[in-house]
Design a protein around this ligand. Sequence first.
Ligand SMILES: [Cu+2]
Length: 381
Amino acid sequence: MRSELAIQALVGAVAVSALAVPPSLEKRLKLIDLGQFGSFPTITPEQAHVEAEKIEGPFRDGPEFNFPKIVIGGNKTPAAGEDEVAATSNAAVSGTCDRNNPKVRVEWRNYSQADRKAFVNAIKCLMGKPSAGGFQGSTSRYEDIVSVHQQMTHNIHQSAVFLPWHRYYVSAFEDLMRNECGFTAAFPWWDETKDAGHFADSDLFTDDYFGPLPGKTSNDQGTCIESGTFGGLTLHIGPGSGFQNHCLSRAVDESLTGTVSAQFVQDCNSRTSYDDMRGCQELGPHAYGHNGVGAVMSEVQASPGDPIFFMHHLFVDHSFRIWQNANASRTTSINGCAGSSSPCTPITLDYVLSSNGLKADTTIGNVMDTLGGYLCYRYDY
Ligand SMILES: [Cu+2]
């Protein structure tokens, strides 16, 4: 009897403490502690700007349609996507690209409502397909993709590998969308600079598409996404290197998204050394986009668990392509370190990009030119 009373008293205490949360909120929102997600390391926009000012000669990035025709040849390293080299060394994966008629990645605002719907539905389709097996922690085809990023995190961030690997990773995602979920429209990209400071107002974050983008709560909680295409989703990979069932959550901080400005992107792109530009983009606009959306997206390893990850990395890839457009040599050369180990192993075009079998391995040389044959796309601007 005594213990029963004690239990009753305990239950009463729990009920009373639950009342401390406003009942209306408690009913509608499932909250999640943001502490478990960590964040991407950053530099400040001011740092990037000061560096940019030191670089001589104002740099103008040309619009995509002014992209100069590149004549590649005579390089001693196999050139990016050079058809002749590809034909002799790796014809099976390289293919050809009609540079005047590539696929075009269309900015979300220019993307039709039907294509937007088809895009999110194809992602949802990957989530409904079984895992191909061999991807740690995965319970679906979509999570196969997430798992690759989680398992490879240390090889693909904070070194020269970052931009080419994520370009290859997005192309692996595109292949799965097309080959396994029948997606046939053009791919989109997201010009985040136009939504800087008000990501949540973008119609990306509506129930028709990726679902809402709730703000970070005053006591550092994120909110589970309960509506939209991905409402009620349970993630099995992450947070971090772990495997815990958790909801798809977001926690926007618009002061962080506000730094993802055209100025910041340009300041990074004014750098003439690939690896300087890469470091600036990675710790700059890339990191702020991740941290700004928050919760799952703010976590390095398992951030692809939020499908908005791919819209974000399409933006990052766009910035890379724009930097490359300013000088033809930027699609046929690379510099920096192949990893974080010291002493530095210099990166080369022969560096092998892998995705644990999600997509066949390739080389950095094959992905440097998005029109090189292995890849065949440009951006609408
Ligand atoms: Cu990444």
